[in-house]
Structures are given as C-alpha cells and as structure tokens.
Design a protein around this ligand. Structure first.
Ligand SMILES: Nc1ncnc2c1ncn2[C@@H]1O[C@H](COP(=O)(O)OP(=O)(O)O)[C@@H](O)[C@H]1O
Ligand SMILES: [Mg+2]
Length: 330
C-alpha cells in the first residue's frame, strides 16, 4: 500500500497509548474516561494495567479520546487537523474490495469471464475504479442502463475503444466484427457495470458480450445487483436461458456487508464523538440498509450539519432523519 507515514511498531504505539491514558488519571477517574469512550470501567482498567490487553476497537476509542483531549488543551491544533469532507476519506481495502479486485485480476490474467455481484452501495463501482487506476490502459468500463439497446451498447464499447465512428453504421454483425477485430489487435478488459439493467427485456445484449469474449478472447466482467446472479442462472423471465454464458464464467463473487473494523477505518480521522461513531457504525452494518453508501451519505450529512464542530449523536440522528425523509420522497 502506498504510504508516506513513517512505520511505527504496533507495540510502541500501544505502550504510548497506555501511558497517555495513565497520565490522564491525574485529571479524570477511570470511570469518567471509560464512560466518555463508551467502554466499561473494567475494560479500560485492564487496558491500562495489562500490557498485552487490547483490541482494535479499544485502541480506536482510546485514540479518539486522546485526540479530543489534545484539542481541548490546544484549541489551535484542531484547525485543519481533522478531515472535514467525504473526499478526504481514502479508499479502504475492505474484504469486498479485495474480493472484487481478485475477480478483476483473475479475469485479466486468464482473459476470462467474471461476475461481481453485490447489493446497492456495497462498493462495486468504487472497487472497479480503484482497479482501473492501477491498470489505466488495459480496462474500459461501460455502464448499463434500462434504455440501452444492443446498438447503444455496441456504440458505447466502440467509443471507449476509440472507434466510435467506425461502429456507427452497418448491421449489428458488422459492427460486432469491427469491435472484435479491434480487440484482437489491442486487447483490453471490458467491465460492464450495472449489467443487471441490460437484461430487462431480453438476454441479447449479454449474448452479444459473450460473442465478443469468445471471438476476441478478451476478459469481460459483469458487475451488478444480486438479481444479475439469478438472471444468469435462470434468465430474466425464467424463459430465456443464459446457462451458455453462465457455464463459461471463470470467476464470480458475491459481496457481503462491511465489517466493524472496516467501518472504523473509513471513519478514522473525522472528528466524531464516541456515541455518534457507534451510531454511524450501526448504520453501516445494518443488514438491510447498511453498506458503504449508507455510511458515506450519513457522514456527509453529518459533516454538513456540524460545519467543522465535532459530530455528536444528535447530529447523526438528524442526518439519519433527513436521509429517511429523502428516501420516502423518491
Ligand atoms: N472500499 C471503500 N473505501 C472507501 N469508500 C468506499 C469504498 N467502497 C465504496 N466506497 C464509497 O461508498 C459509496 C458507494 O460505493 P459504490 O462503489 O458506488 O457502490 P455500488 O457500486 O456497489 O453501488 C461511494 O461513495 C464510494 O466512494
Ligand atoms: Mg455502482
């Protein structure tokens, strides 16, 4: 991972954290500090007294407590110290992102067909974009939509390949042939995002992609909602069969939810009170409505509402209410 930070041994950091909390015992009781951190008194007490007793959760809470303490003592230091916008949230290599990336690299290496399936907001598109940053010249990304005809899809691919003009005319067969010719000379991997939206009326568009894959021997990765998996196995209306295509899929992944420590990493560096952080984590981990997008939306709203001040639980609840209202209106 590219990283400009100096490397610290985790043990050194741990000793430092324990010592800093110990020093603060002159100012607060263990009970007071534990309450602020959202930990039990005995957990914090063990953390202070037992050299090896720790967890990522405890460390995160201790760090954020120490941060708040530091800024109370040095108010000037808070200016510009915390992240204040969503764009400052770096890419977190979540389990989902790692799995999606594995499908993409596998397909790229073996020029295979791949499928990445995951619920809305699970980080599919972002994972593809991060992969493309690492392989800027060997991947193109097309986004499917409900209105797209076979013709439109061919044109989109043609445009991305820089032969838009050439594929504007002729029969479908001619135009596919031109794309195949181009890809055979200069192979790139084609990622079709929102591919489930291409299967609304018929499976023709996916069949065409399979033809391109077969003839040009290039990797194609379909990315979409869980229903894409069902379409591939049984067809959109259970009539048309995509088993021809499905049987050729070499790499497939079904993305799941986020993990607690991944959410913590996404929230790291923002000025958030502990109980507010807990609420944001709950939002992100929610089985039905959670995920990266839910978290990003709630955090963005909260940042707007606080305008530079620490994010409190009240702010997160207000952000949540606003987002719910928006959802019910659409
Ligand atoms: N691994 C990640 N690290 C940081 N932010 C992420 C990550 N994955 C997704 N996000 C953010 O979460 C939001 C939703 O992700 P997106 O890729 O659009 O989801 P999907 O395509 O599955 O619907 C976006 O704002 C995206 O930037
Ligand atoms: Mg997407």
């Amino acid at each position: 991972m590219p990283n400009a930070l100096p490397h610290f041994d985790h043990n050194e950091i741990l000793v430092e954290l324990k010592q800093s909390i110990l020093n603060l015992k002159e100012k607060y009781t263990v009970n007071e500090m534990a309450n602020t951190m959202g930990l039990s008194r005995s957990t914090l007490s063990r953390f202070i007294n037992e050299p090896d007793y720790t967890s990522r959760d405890i460390e995160q809470r201790v760090k954020s407590f120490l941060n708040q303490e530091f800024h109370k003592v040095n108010p000037a230091a808070s200016i510009g110290h915390y992240k204040s916008s969503i764009s400052e949230m770096g890419f977190v290599p979540t389990q989902n992102a790692i799995q999606a990336s594995a499908v993409l690299s596998g397909c790229m290496e073996y020029r295979d067909l791949g499928v990445i399936i995951g619920p809305a907001g699970s980080g599919k598109t972002r994972s593809v974009q991060e992969f493309m940053k690492k392989h800027p010249h060997s991947v193109i990304r097309i986004e499917g939509d409900d209105m797209m005809s076979t013709r439109d899809l061919i044109e989109e691919i043609g445009n991305e390949l820089g032969i838009g003009e050439e594929v504007r005319y002729g029969t479908t067969r001619d135009r596919v042939r031109k794309i195949v010719r181009r890809l055979s000379q200069d192979p790139v991997m084609i990622v079709v995002d929102e591919a489930d939206r291409l299967v609304n009326y018929s499976v023709k568009k996916l069949e065409m992609l399979r033809t391109i894959h077969d003839q040009a021997k290039v990797a194609i990765v379909l990315v979409g909602l869980p229903k894409l998996g069902t379409f591939l196995q049984r067809g959109p209306s259970m009539r048309e069969n995509l088993s021809q295509l499905y049987s050729r899929v070499g790499f497939i992944v079904n993305l799941g939810g986020l993990r607690r420590e991944e959410v913590m990493e996404m929230l790291a560096g923002y000025n958030i009170e502990n109980n507010a952080r807990d609420e944001l984590i709950r939002i992100a981990l929610d089985k039905e409505r959670g995920g990266c997008r839910a978290l990003v939306k709630a955090l963005r709203r909260s940042l707007d509402l606080t305008d530079g001040h620490p994010i409190t639980l009240e702010v997160v609840m207000e952000a949540k209410r606003m987002l719910l209202l928006e959802r019910s209106r659409h």
